[in-house]
Design a protein around this ligand. Structure first.
Ligand SMILES: Nc1ncnc2c1ncn2[C@@H]1O[C@H](COP(=O)(O)OP(=O)(O)OP(=O)(O)O)[C@@H](O)[C@H]1O
Length: 645
């Protein structure tokens, strides 16, 4: 029999032992060995050999079973006890761990199941509602549009502050002939349909299909004839009687359709009437204003107003004064007109605001305001300028907004700013003129310049080439001059003299080609442009519509060629594809191949409310992006307008 081990230092701390050093062997052979992990362990020797000698008073059942198991195991397999024990212990620990984990998992599971539940409920709900993707998109678009359109009304701060809210249109002395007044609504509707005119608004004045019935003075009719204007265009048929009647109006018609006459003849006639009543003297005026987004457009409008005013003088009507109010012209020139009293101001917003602030003239008796290319003016950051100008009005005014591209966003914005407005639409807002043959060609970036020369052979001059980059405009002009082509260039960094020279020499036919940046030539009416070449496809489809609109004007046919390549944004190409389809133009295979993701998702073709493009929704609108980028960067005005406005 093995001697009972002496208590060792290592075990003494926890061994049950007699502290006596003398006398018989220790009573307790079985000892509790405490190891590092404090788990009780039993010496095999003690258990086996000393079983009958010294039995512990009580061994719990669990332990006894373990012991039995160990013994059995040892006998059958001959495995060391420690390993079996530790395995058993491990198992037990694992079981305990599992229990612990289960407790944790229980919490986790219950958390996860809540999420699952929420997801499941959401799925159920969405199944219940079963909204199509298109419906969801439409809803989202509506929300973006609402957020985007949440602006103040286009009214003066004074009116807003005083809570002035005009509800009735301005009264004028104009009365159409009796037979027109007696025409039934059905007849009017038929006539509108025949002329592709769509109107919206209350008590829309009847359209009139000839100038005489509109009571346009004979001398003006004669003058218009000299300009080959014999019959009113659809926008004039509806727009002139509407404006003559004093109604606020939003006029939308394609490029080159005669909008200028539609808004300038009424202001001329009102001025003549006022002058007849009581002649204007120094310091008096104006009666009305026409505000344009660019100097060139303002000058062009000024010239056409002056020409009609001159025709009226020839016809025995009183002389009316017209003031051109744009940057880059001398104050002396303007002072001369102002010294006599004047009736009409044609202006760009910046210079107009400046002159009003300097009290060069007041708007005390001004009752007529027309914003030409209104949407572009607002897009270009002139909204605040226009609002400031409104502050100078002292009474109710008649407001007219005109453009070829008037996206829904601007229409909505304008509608709430006008008084019982009449909306006159000829064709879809933003659609291209049907008098333009549109050709789109894939030309690699590096091949563009050379191909341009070839392209110029398509038609006789005059030709306009557009590029959206000032440096490129200069490069193209230089290249053409080198090749012997008579070309002029115009962009926002040119001086006023250079810009005027370019326009004059091109208009008079001295120069065959004009290379221009988009902004500099919007709305300009050049004589019978044969061909417009978009050297670079503009990012925004509205710009494309305005640019190609320099040809195919007043009923004549023109050609537009547009270069695209892999640098052209796919979404812009999609806009272009739809525009070509709408105008029944040939769609080249590379454009036809571009698929519309909205169609694939079961959507339907609608125009973007922000820019009017057909190839995207408001969420992907490049113009909205651009506006936001400008707003973030603190820009307010058009890219190359710099100093030009
Ligand atoms: N009734 C008409 N019949 C024939 N030609 C017309 C008529 N009215 C205007 N025109 C001519 O059509 C040309 C284009 O007119 P205008 O510049 O007013 O177009 P627009 O609609 O303002 O175009 P844009 O949107 O590009 O500014 C001008 O040369 C003008 O003299």
């Amino acid at each position: 029999m093995a001697p009972a081990p002496a208590p060792s230092a290592s075990s003494s701390s926890s061994s049950y032992s007699n502290s006596t050093t003398t006398g018989p062997s220790p009573v307790f052979k079985r000892r509790r060995v405490v190891e590092e992990d404090d788990t009780p362990k039993y010496s095999y020797d003690d258990l086996d050999d000393d079983q009958d000698q010294s039995k512990p008073a009580y061994i719990p059942l669990k332990q006894r079973r373990l012991m039995e198991l160990e013994k059995l195991h040892q006998k059958t397999r001959g495995l060391p006890l420690g390993s079996t024990l530790s395995k058993a212990k491990q198992k037990q620990a694992e079981e305990e761990d599992e229990e612990e984990q289960d407790k944790d998992l229980g919490v986790q599971r219950s958390k996860q199941s809540l999420l699952d539940e929420a997801r499941r409920l959401r799925e159920l709900e969405s199944q219940k509602e079963e909204k199509s993707q298109a419906e969801k998109d439409a809803e989202e678009e509506r929300k973006i549009l609402e957020a985007h359109a949440a602006r103040r009304k286009l009214a003066s701060d004074l009116e807003l502050a005083k809570g002035i809210n005009y509800t009735e249109p301005i009264k004028t002395s104009y009365r159409p002939p009796r037979f027109i007044r007696q025409r039934s609504e059905e007849e009017n509707a038929k006539l509108r349909e025949k002329n592709h005119i769509i109107v919206d608004g209350v008590n829309v004045p009847a359209l009139i299909t000839n100038f005489r019935d509109m009571k346009v003075p004979q001398c003006v009719i004669d003058y218009l004839k000299t300009k080959n204007i014999v019959k009113p265009s659809p926008i004039q048929m509806q727009g002139l009687p509407t404006a003559f009647s004093g109604r606020d109006m939003i006029g939308i018609a394609f490029t080159g359709s005669g909008k200028t006459l539609a808004f300038s003849l009424p202001i001329i006639m009102f001025s003549v009437e006022e002058e007849k009543k009581l002649p204007f003297v120094r310091g008096e005026g104006p009666v009305g204003m026409i505000v344009c987004p660019s100097r060139e457009l303002a000058r062009q409008t000024y010239e056409s107003v002056k020409a009609i005013a001159e025709a009226l003088v020839q016809g025995g009507y009183p002389q009316i004064g017209v003031l051109l109010c744009i940057g880059g012209i001398s104050m002396a020139e303007q002072s001369h007109t102002m010294s006599k009293g004047f009736h009409i101001v044609v202006a760009t917003p910046g210079r107009l605001q400046d002159m009003l602030e300097k009290k060069k003239f007041t708007l005390e008796c001004c009752k007529y305001l027309c914003l030409d290319e209104a949407d572009r003016m607002i897009d270009m950051g002139f909204e605040e300028d226009v609002r400031n100008i409104m502050n100078f009005f002292k009474q109710q005014r008649q407001t007219l907004l005109f453009s070829a591209t008037m996206p829904k966003k601007i229409q909505d914005f304008a509608e709430q700013s006008l008084i019982q407005p009449v909306i006159v639409n000829v064709g879809r807002a933003g659609a291209a003129s049907l008098d333009i043959i549109q050709e789109v060609e894939y030309v690699k970036q590096e091949a563009k310049m050379v191909y341009l020369l070839e392209c110029l052979q398509k038609t006789a001059p005059p030709v306009i080439i557009f590029s959206d980059n000032k440096n490129e405009v200069d490069d193209i002009q230089e290249y053409l001059l080198l090749k012997g082509v008579e070309a002029v260039a115009i962009h926002g960094s040119k001086t006023q003299d250079e810009r005027e020279y370019a326009i004059r020499s091109f208009k008079s036919g001295q120069k065959d080609v004009m290379v221009a940046s988009g902004v500099a030539s919007k709305g300009l009416d050049f004589n019978e442009i044969q061909h417009v070449i978009n050297y670079t496809m503009p990012k925004e489809i509205e710009d494309y519509v305005h640019q190609i609109g320099r040809t195919g004007r007043s009923g004549k046919t023109g050609i537009a060629t547009t270069f695209v390549n892999m640098n052209t944004n796919e979404q812009t190409l999609l806009d272009l594809k739809y525009l070509l389809m709408e105008a029944k133009q040939r769609v080249p295979p590379f454009l036809a191949a571009i698929e519309d993701p909205r169609m694939a998702a079961g959507g339907k073709l609608t125009s973007c409310p922000v820019c009017g493009g057909l190839g995207h929704g408001i969420k992907d609108c490049p113009k909205l992006e651009d506006n936001q980028r400008r707003a973030t960067a603190g820009f307010s005005r058009g890219d190359d307008g710099g100093g030009g406005w």
